[in-house]
Design a protein around this ligand. Structure first.
Ligand code: CMC
Length: 428
């Protein structure tokens, strides 16, 4: 028997179905609320709204659990390549040898940009933000790769997914090369995804960049940990755009823009800027924490807090250890890592952060890793976008494949002016 909850409005009772997810979490189904009662629900910023039922990623924010298609993030971060995780997210299962080889070939075949697309890089000013370039170029793919955008079968979708994952990397590296005035480096087909990206970023015509195994492992892990995070701001954007029937490339381009903000993916840049300013100005950590607690200061502790996690973000735990390991293997001492540790310790001991259950999130330590690898600061959010691309594709597919999918169209409570008379110019 379906469980229900009773809602009483104006003395009338309504039974609302209660749905239960795989892990026992429960949701009130209000999809017929308005047609039955005339009322809508109001949940500004969606803190309490499930926008869909999804099979892709599971988060238990109370206990710091994250799984892709049921597989714990800790196992994936330690053992899987980014491409394998992309296949898990997009197609639902870890690939076997044959599937992995086939998808790798598709990535290889689709990594180059159409020759004319390279002209677009010249159209951007030299100081254009790489996130602006990335979203514009992803959107532009559809103008050049028309067969990929009209997805009619599973094979076409596999090709489009591979093209997007491969070309996102190419665009990101090429935007950096254009910015610093170096020739674009072509992908090397013998390298795994993360190492190939580093090659495309740092190789020059007279010297090939060779990533150490530690650097390659750290970047692979970074990408795996960013690959999906259920209905976050950018993924919800992708789903919203996709629900209107938009193609994969346009939907993902919208996701890149949504990711850019400092409360979302832009936080990885903002954390390093925060740590740099503490370092350069010699601000005592305790004073910075006081500022972050003062709502009037306009200062937040970047890389802290999360809508869903009310406990440690499991990604932050892994990345903290990975940052330690990487810096040790590279014999680097980064003063920002020390400051980050002090900030974390001070915040976790402070009542303000404890009472609000604010912990380090994925962005708190990830920038230390990217800095050590040599990724320039304004590319940090681009790296997040490369990592998140498989997740966006998986969510686009979930919308695209759902025969019952309707356009996403939230309602609102209008609180503006009542009926107002139109006045001619002289009377306004
Ligand atoms: N520093 C200081 N106070 C904070 C912070 C912070 N980083 N985060 C939350 N708070 C306070 C907030 O002011 C509120 O206080 P009060 O109850 O007195 O009004 C309380 O904690 C609850 O926070 P909230 O505003 O309900 O949190 P939210 O779920 O709306 O926002 C967040 C989540 C991640 C946007 C926010 O914690 C934040 O701005 N953090 C800093 C930016 C950041 O690191 N973003 C990356 C998020 S993880 C990766 C990703 O999604 O891309």
């Amino acid at each position: 028997m379906t469980e229900t909850a009773t809602l009483i409005i104006d003395g009338r009772s309504y039974e609302l179905p209660v749905l239960t997810g795989t892990e026992g979490e429960r949701a009130l189904d209000i999809s017929r609320l308005r047609s039955r009662t005339g009322l809508i629900t109001l949940d500004d910023s969606y803190a309490n709204t499930g926008s869909c039922a999804s099979q892709i990623t599971y988060i238990d924010g109370e206990n710091g659990v994250l799984r892709y298609r049921g597989v714990p993030i800790e196992d994936l971060a330690a053992r899987s390549s980014f491409v394998e995780v992309a296949e898990l997210l997009i197609f639902g299962e870890l690939p076997d040898d044959e599937e992995r080889a086939e998808f790798r070939d598709l990535l290889t075949e689709n990594s180059a940009l159409h020759r004319d697309m390279r002209k677009h890089f010249d159209g951007f000013p030299a100081d254009a933000h790489p996130m602006a370039i990335l979203s514009a170029m992803i959107n532009a793919i559809q103008a050049y790769d028309l067969p990929e955008i009209h997805i009619t079968d599973a094979g076409g979708f596999r090709r489009a997914a591979a093209a997007l994952i491969a070309k996102t990397r190419t665009i990101a590296a090429a935007s950096y090369k254009s910015h610093i005035g170096q020739p674009i480096a072509y992908p090397r087909y013998d390298l795994p995804y993360a190492e190939n990206f580093l090659h495309m970023m740092f190789s020059v015509p007279y010297r090939d960049y060779e990533a150490t195994p530690e650097v390659a492992h750290a970047l692979n892990m970074f990408l795996v940990l960013h690959a999906d995070h259920e209905q976050n701001c950018s993924t919800s954007t992708v789903r919203m755009v996709a629900s209107g029937g938009a193609n994969l490339f346009t939907s993902v381009s919208a996701g890149v823009n949504a990711l850019w903000g400092p409360l979302h993916g832009g936080a990885n840049m903002a954390v390093i800027e925060m740590l740099e300013s503490i370092h350069e100005q010699g601000t005592p950590v305790a004073r910075y924490i006081d500022q972050a607690k003062d709502k009037k200061s306009g200062v937040k502790l970047m890389g802290f807090g999360h809508r869903i996690y009310r406990n440690f973000d499991p990604r932050a735990k892994i990345l903290k250890q990975a940052a330690d390991d990487l810096l040790e293997s590279m014999h680097i001492t980064d003063p920002l890592l020390d400051i980050a540790r002090q900030v974390e310790e001070a915040a976790l001991a402070d009542d303000y952060f404890r009472e609000r259950r604010l912990y380090p999130n994925v962005d708190f330590y990830s920038g230390i890793i990217l800095r050590a690898i040599g990724i320039p600061l304004d590319m940090f959010t681009v790296l997040f976008a490369i990592g998140r691309t498989p997740g966006w594709i998986a969510h686009w597919k979930e919308i695209h494949d759902n025969p019952d999918q309707r356009i996403h169209r939230p309602r609102q409570l209008y609180v503006g002016d009542p009926l107002t008379e139109w006045l001619p110019m002289g009377e306004r």
